[in-house]
Design a protein around this ligand. Structure first.
Ligand code: MEV
Length: 308
């Protein structure tokens, strides 16, 4: 039994979304997690995830290990005992780990769906999403739920914490270049630091979150009405607010500036920040040259993705 899940990027509104403001995210289909569940003659449930160097029996993992907890939570939701054994779970991924591209949420979603197929049961997307959210809490502490939502539904989503994600229409396709700094993005730490700063200066941070909220609203309207070129300026503003919130880094700023200098319409960090990925809105014909400029400025990898 096999299942896959894509990566994701946040277009607008990261961090502010943890405080109830709207954010926009899209799936990134160029990278994905593939999970395969097979019968095996050996007793036990064996998990192979070469990308994170994990080759272990389920029983040997701590109960709060994200993969172990996906499996345990799933079987308790299904009201089934975990299979007595003879199971091999292979997890392959092309999503960079700890890069803000949702690799953890994608593993959860693909693993849940592959196991559900294996036990010949079914779960609604909403149930898959809820289970994946439980595991996100282990990864990130106080996640908004945007990552698991966009990855479960694999569609662009306008998201407000605690509400079902809203689909939105893309009036005219647009092109995004994603650049990976190669530095780890410690989402939990970044989210925790923003919380400390917010507690210290709630008036300033609430004002920043309100500005970002407006940015997400304008972004949704621009995308729906087929005017994606309007996104460039607000992308730059969103990046400036993220810098003010302390979640950018020298490497992210370098790639953002390189993209702008190479003709991107706008650029910002994407996701938790500190490391991980940035995104640039480009004209389709400029995508390759902007991607090259980002590489020359030190990116480890770039992905060009069309939002439609
Ligand atoms: C991480 O992809 C996005 C953050 O806003 C955290 C979250 O929403 O849970 C930084």
């Amino acid at each position: 039994m096999k299942s896959s899940a894509p990566g994701k990027i946040i277009l607008f509104g990261e961090h502010a979304v943890v405080y109830g403001r709207p954010a926009l995210a899209i799936p990134v289909m160029q990278v994905q997690v593939d999970v395969e569940v097979l019968d095996t003659s050996r007793a036990g449930i064996f998990i192979n995830a070469p990308k994170i160097n994990l080759h272990a029996e389920l029983d040997a993992l701590p109960a709060d290990h994200p993969i172990a907890s996906v499996i345990h939570n799933l079987f308790s939701t299904l009201d089934l005992p975990a299979p007595a054994g003879g199971l091999e779970i292979n997890i392959e991924s092309t999503i960079p780990v700890a890069a803000g591209l949702g690799s953890g949420a994608a593993v959860s979603v693909a693993l849940i769906r592959a196991l559900v197929l294996y036990v010949e049961r079914s779960l609604s997307d909403e149930q898959v999403n809820n289970l994946a959210y439980e595991v996100e809490k282990l990864h990130h502490g106080t996640p908004s739920g945007i990552d698991n939502t966009v990855i479960t539904y694999a569609k662009p989503v306008y998201f407000i914490k605690g509400k079902p994600g809203e689909r939105f229409k893309v009036g005219k396709p647009f092109t995004i270049v994603i650049g990976d700094t190669g530095m780890p993005a410690p989402t939990k730490e970044a989210v925790g630091d923003v919380r400390r700063l917010w507690l210290k200066d709630p008036i300033r941070f609430e004002a920043i979150f309100n500005e970002i909220s407006q940015i997400s609203l304008i972004a949704r309207r621009s995308i729906e009405s087929g005017m994606p070129e309007m996104l460039g300026e607000i992308m730059d503003h969103n990046h400036a607010f993220l810098q003010e919130m302390s979640v950018s880094s020298i490497e992210l700023d370098r790639l953002v500036n390189a993209a702008r200098d190479a003709g991107a319409i706008g650029a910002k960090l994407s996701g938790g920040g500190r490391g991980g990925n940035m995104i640039a809105l480009v004209k389709k014909e400029d995508a390759e040259s902007v991607a090259q400029a980002i590489m020359s400025a030190g990116a480890k990898q770039t992905i060009i993705t069309e939002v439609s």
